[in-house]
Design a protein around this ligand. Structure first.
Ligand SMILES: NC(=O)c1ccc[n+]([C@@H]2O[C@H](COP(=O)([O-])OP(=O)(O)OC[C@H]3O[C@@H](n4cnc5c(N)ncnc54)[C@H](OP(=O)(O)O)[C@@H]3O)[C@@H](O)[C@H]2O)c1
Length: 365
């Protein structure tokens, strides 16, 4: 698919407000550029760091360049104004919740929320403040708290536009996960990273964290519709194999950096996709009109590439695995997650979000 053809498949997003978690790096940065180039105001929700500042500057520069290419587009989307930083640390449910509360003081509406940030292959030196290992904490729990606190603003916006979008970035690594073992998710392994077995374990914990997001996607989506909220299109996607991002790098002391680069280079040749192409599926879920027209809810989409991953051909619906569709496992995760949120932010805070209250009372079938 030609770049222009892809851009044409995304609606004009002028006037829309979007949040991209981890939007200053890797796939998230490309997502920020696409959304802002199509006219959205994008909040890059990320931790404060020099890397975040550099990423935001790069995104602004690229949007400026993209939107002043033709006289028709000139001035349509000024990168500097369209891309803003919003402080978010997903490693604890409380900080994620507080970040969402702070956002609601800044803006009256939120059209698109892309939960893209993620960590992979981390060493397991300590547990998160919520008592879970890092990948489950950041990828799943932190995002759950962030989304939960933003439900009212998204719903209120969707009541006006009839078109709210929430996207969770999963990974097809979830297909390798086994049933979630909550005791294991609450353990840290200080020796992790020193042996090849530790690396395998870290990969499986990443897979677990992404399976948890699959369950959240289906459960939240079912509960939204059971609460008669059908104008929020909440879906998941595997982005692609963007081997050149920083995801999963530098955590494993067993891996020699030169060896790591060589393995990545080889994988890139074999199955790698460009980082830009890997942003397209989530941008599609956020901005293509067929998602609303066809009523796509709680589903998984994946990109399709030519052989060796060099050309993006579009994206398509993909059925979840049998374990991903397991209702009992999904409900277990929901209960564990809601309990963790209660402990982290307290009942009063939870009760202050009307839509969350509705979802907690709604069935999930
Ligand atoms: N790359 C791939 O091949 C691939 C394949 C399948 C799925 N994915 C998924 O795609 C998403 C983006 O991955 P990527 O490859 O673009 O990775 P990346 O370049 O490493 O970017 C990850 C982003 O997550 C942010 N992040 C990490 N910990 C955070 C925290 N505690 N609080 C807030 N933000 C945090 C990072 O911010 P900092 O700069 O602050 O660390 C960074 O912006 C992830 O969810 C990943 O699992 C990627």
């Amino acid at each position: 698919m030609k770049e222009q053809e892809f851009l044409n498949s995304i609606e004009d997003l002028s006037g829309k407000i979007a949040i991209v978690t981890g939007g200053a790096k890797g796939i998230g940065l490309e997502t920020t550029v696409y959304l802002a180039s199509k006219g959205a105001t994008v909040y890059v929700a990320a931790r404060k760091s020099e890397g975040t500042d550099v990423g935001i500057e790069e995104a602004r520069r690229r949007v400026r360049a993209a939107t002043t290419k033709t006289s028709d587009d000139a001035g349509k989307s000024d990168g500097d104004e369209k891309i803003k930083h919003h402080d978010l640390d997903l490693s604890s449910m409380k900080t994620a919740w507080q970040s969402a509360q702070a956002f609601k003081k800044l803006e009256q509406k939120l059209d698109v929320l892309i939960c893209n940030a993620g960590v992979s292959m981390t060493t397991l030196q300590k547990l998160s403040p919520d008592g879970y290992e890092t990948m489950f904490a950041v990828n799943h729990l932190g995002h759950f708290a962030f989304v939960a606190a933003l439900l009212d603003i998204i719903k209120n916006t969707a009541d006006t536009t009839q078109d709210g979008r929430i996207i969770f970035t999963i990974s097809d690594a979830y297909k390798q996960a086994k049933k979630l073992d909550y005791e294991k998710l609450k353990t840290s392994k200080p020796e992790d990273g020193k042996t090849l077995k530790d690396i395998g374990d870290a990969w499986m914990r990443y897979a677990d964290s992404k399976l948890a997001i699959v369950y959240s996607t289906i459960e939240l989506s079912n509960r939204l519709r059971n609460a008669d909220i059908a104008n929020i299109y909440l879906n998941a996607c595997h982005p692609g194999n963007a081997i050149n991002t920083t995801l999963g790098t530098g955590h494993q002391t067993a891996v020699n950096p030169t060896m790591e680069r060589a393995v990545r280079g080889f994988l890139n040749l074999l199955i790698g996709n460009s980082t830009q192409d890997s942003a397209k599926t989530q941008v599609y879920l956020a901005g293509n009109k067929s998602i609303k027209e066809k009523g796509v809810h709680g589903e998984n989409w994946e990109p399709e590439f030519s052989m060796f991953g060099s050309t993006y051909k579009g994206c398509a619906w993909k059925e979840y695995t049998q374990l991903g569709r397991d209702e009992e496992e999904r409900k277990k995760l929901w209960n564990v997650t809601v309990d963790a949120l209660r402990k982290a932010v307290g009942e009063e805070e939870i009760q202050s979000v009307e839509t969350l209250k509705k979802l907690l009372n709604a069935g999930s079938e």
